[in-house]
Design a protein around this ligand. Structure first.
Ligand code: KG4
Ligand code: ZN
Length: 363
């Protein structure tokens, strides 16, 4: 069997339709193509992702993305060794579209089929981008995910904690909505926060007083709403007030993420990993204040810090193809009975710990 494998990956669990081709071996792979077709404008007027619209758009776009990914990689289906597809967790209609498309390709081209957990795709990205060695600590922070994972292998994850309600990106998006800022809220709130005074409004730091690595972000939104109503004059929110509200909100998120990361790092470092590493993934990792705080926490604990390029931090199919490559190497193949799973906890020992997110419950 040749050492180098070529994998076609498909992703359709939320509002990005994606296909990618990667080649190589575990810890030493390269991206030959990565096509992502966002659906932002389809959902914009609804203020959130509409599952039925998303599923239909995935079904229409998947084969186009696959064709583009193959052509950009200068590959034919006959060059591919396996098809990897997100089989959950996520919006069921979208996941189903991807699984059906992958089954069709696998059956038609006589290729092995590999169902990938979307969260494993995010969690293994540091192996794809930087050849990170196991075990490392991953903080996944996006609009739909929020959890700490000790990553020991493509099928070996320990979840140290996660959100009990909203994901942090969702909190940024809701904050933006309450302050009449554009969506996605993260970048808009960050830009406003840079102009404001983080000390003017005292927002809560949820769950800091409790031990452990769990988060809660929904109370922050209520506090923000109450504070906003206190400073509004009629329907008018002054520029200064809006900036201070954003700065105060962001400072609270930074403090909570930093402290919980400190605790998660302590648990991880207790196992004496050879090359300690804290890695982040997810759209919220784009936030400079959050990134800087996490980097500082890692450095203080004696761990390296890694934030993959943003295009690979957010939803994409290269990470799914890469996870598929590791699973293929482990012999973890699926067949035509592969099912789409709306929920799929990575750490099966903690199946009861579910965190929410705007994209539905995330395992
Ligand atoms: O990973 P992602 O593209 O999609 C998923 O949610 O899976 O993350 C998008 C989320 C949005 O909620 C967005 O507001 C947030 O990441 N985000 C940010 C920033 N850029 C994007 N949050 C805070 N600061 C940012 N600069
Ligand atoms: Zn994701």
């Amino acid at each position: 069997m040749k050492a180098e494998r070529v994998i076609l990956g498909l992703e359709s669990s939320c509002d990005d339709t994606a296909a990618a081709v990667i080649a190589g071996a575990p810890g030493a792979a390269r991206i030959l193509s990565s096509v992502v077709a966002g659906q932002g404008e389809l959902h914009a007027e609804f203020g959130g992702v509409v599952p039925e619209i998303a599923a239909r758009a995935h079904a229409e776009k998947l084969d186009i993305c696959v064709r583009q990914a193959l052509s950009q990689a200068e590959m034919q289906l006959s060059d591919i060794d396996a098809v990897a597809v997100t089989a959950g967790p996520g919006l069921i209609g979208g996941v189903l579209s991807g699984v059906m498309c992958a089954k069709g390709i696998a059956a038609g081209a006589g290729l092995p089929l590999i169902g990938v957990n979307h969260l494993a795709g995010h969690a293994l990205t540091p192996r794809l981008t930087d050849g990170a060695t196991y075990p490392y600590l991953m903080l996944l922070v996006s609009g739909g995910h929020c959890q700490f994972l000790i990553v020991r292998g493509a099928q070996d994850f320990t979840r140290l904690g996660g959100t009990l309600d909203d994901a942090p990106g969702e909190a940024f998006d809701k904050t933006a909505r309450l302050l009449a800022l554009p969506q996605p809220g993260g970048p808009a709130v960050e830009a406003e926060a840079a102009l404001g005074d983080p000390r003017r409004f005292a927002f809560p730091r949820p769950l800091l007083d409790r031990p452990g690595c769990d988060f809660s972000f929904s109370g922050l939104k209520t506090a923000l709403l109450r504070t906003r109503d206190g400073v509004m004059e009629g329907n008018r929110l002054r520029r200064r007030d809006r900036a201070d509200l954003c700065a105060g909100f962001q400072a609270a998120v930074v403090d909570v993420l930093a402290e919980k990361t400190r605790r998660a790092l302590a648990v991880y470092l207790d196992k004496a990993p050879a090359d300690p590493l804290l890695a982040v993934a997810g759209g919220v990792a784009a936030n400079q204040a959050i990134r800087a705080a996490l980097e500082e926490v890692a450095e203080a604990a004696g761990a390296a810090f890694l934030a993959p390029p943003l295009a690979l931090c957010t939803d994409n199919a290269a990470m799914i193809a890469y996870a598929g490559l590791e699973l293929l190497t482990l012999g973890a193949l699926d067949d035509m009975t592969l099912m789409a799973r709306p929920r799929w906890p990575l750490d099966q020992s903690q199946a009861g710990m579910l965190g929410g997110g705007k994209k539905g419950a995330k395992a």
